[in-house]
Ligand binder design. Structure first.
Ligand code: CND
Ligand code: ZN
Ligand code: ZN
Length: 376
């Protein structure tokens, strides 16, 4: 490849400061070192987790940084020792990596690889340096991925080769939103046929939870959102009931307990609001309910939960990336997308050029978009 081994100059959206719009700049992207892969990003979704950093609710990332963790693209070049991908391969970025060697990768029940940057926020490559610079300044990496740039560099454990027929503008949603939601229903909660479910928050993640509950054969899927504009798509994807907490005087968990004669078997928090996490537990069945926390709360949040709720048989759990071991499972999910076992089309409401990325964040904040997919 023409640029292999050389620095590439390209466009990227840089976050210099919280609470300010991203700045589209020309950056330099260094070649991949050993066990690293340089990728031309083709499409990347805007997830609420990117906005949590940009709007300052989550303060853990190091600045300046290139956000974006829902990317798909094509390998440009690879560093020494890389065996699982080659230049020209279509790939998906894995914000939740799978190195295959750490204690968690070897545990069939765990999916949080120790190479993950979630909770550590080192925001650098494995050798503690960055491959990005802008105007002479080092720019940090986000969640081992950084997708809001035409070219990115990731560790081999943070990229999965996918089928050549994959449509990258849709497959990028499998890098976070779809897989996180769907896997939370199918793997983490293991929703059973005929069961009752409640899904709090109807963004791409909550809507993908609905798809997972439906494919698992749930009989009742109650969708909860404060934005009624989300209800049409929720119903289309499989919700049986849609409720808005603003329409009820009593707390929403009481409404759900009444609707279900004592609570749902599975509830999912897909917002990142600790009060709603408690509502989700309170909405679950006495004796057997399971609640899955998916939303990322603001930094330093805690949650007062009456332990009697757990003593009386409820389970509270949480997971990243829908519990999937990413490098193993993403290529299979892409095959299911190609064969139309599921569709993500309904989740993509907008497509924008990287120059207009701030408009994508505005749409998300106003509740007018589900996923905006950025192209370059
Ligand atoms: P998005 O913001 O699109 O959806 C959230 C929805 O919740 C919106 O429709 C809101 O209207 C709704 N909402 C907000 N407040 C309330 C409330 N009090 N009651 C009911 N509904 C409400 O977000 P998204 O789908 O992109 O992401 C959802 C969360 O998941 C978010 O916190 C994100 O950071 C997190 C996440 C988790 C993971 C993971 O691996 N666990 C990966 N990526 C993102
Ligand atoms: Zn690992
Ligand atoms: Zn995400």
């Amino acid at each position: 490849m023409a640029m292999a081994g050389k620095v590439i100059k390209c466009k990227a959206a840089v976050m210099w400061e919280a609470g300010k719009p991203l700045s589209v700049e020309e950056i330099e992207v260094a070649p991949p070192k050993a066990n690293e892969v340089r990728i031309k990003v083709v499409a990347t979704g805007i997830c609420r987790s990117d906005d949590h950093i940009l709007n300052g609710a989550v303060t853990r990332a190091k600045l300046p940084i290139i956000l974006g963790h829902e990317g798909a693209g094509i390998v440009e070049s690879v560093g020494e020792g890389v065996a699982s991908v080659k230049p020209g391969d279509k790939v998906i970025l894995l914000f939740n990596p799978q190195c295959g060697e750490c204690k968690h990768c070897k545990d069939p029940k765990a999916n949080l690889c120790l190479k993950s940057d979630v909770g550590k926020h080192i925001c650098l490559m494995a050798d503690q340096t960055s491959r990005f610079s802008c105007m002479g300044q080092q720019i940090h990496h986000f969640l081992n991925t950084s997708a809001f740039t035409e070219y990115t560099v990731v560790g081999e454990y943070s990229v999965a080769k996918i089928h050549d027929d994959a449509p990258l503008d849709k497959a990028c949603l499998l890098a976070c939103g779809f897989s996180t939601g769907y896997g939370s229903a199918v793997n983490v909660a293991q929703v059973t046929p005929g069961s009752t479910c409640a899904v709090f928050g109807l963004g791409a993640i909550g809507l993908s939870v609905i798809l997972g509950c439906k494919v698992s054969g749930a009989a009742q899927i109650i969708a909860v959102d404060v934005n009624k504009d989300k209800f049409a798509i929720a119903k289309e994807l499989g919700a049986t009931d849609c409720i808005n907490p603003k329409d009820h005087e009593k707390p929403i968990h009481e409404v759900i307990l009444q609707m279900t004669g004592g609570g749902v078997q599975y509830s999912f928090e897909c917002i990142g609001n600790t009060d709603v996490m408690i509502s989700a537990v309170l909405s679950s069945n006495y004796g057997s309910g399971t609640t899955v926390v998916i939303g990322v709360p603001p930094s330093s949040s805690t949650m007062p939960l009456d332990p009697m709720l757990l003593l009386t048989g409820r389970t509270l759990k949480g997971a990243l990336f829908g519990g999937y071991k990413s490098k193993d499972r993403v290529p299979q999910l892409v095959l299911d997308l190609i064969s139309e076992k599921f569709k993500v089309d309904g989740l993509i409401t907008h497509k924008l050029h990287i120059d207009d990325i701030n408009k994508g964040f505005d749409l998300l904040r106003k509740g007018e978009s589900i996923r905006t997919v950025i192209h370059f």
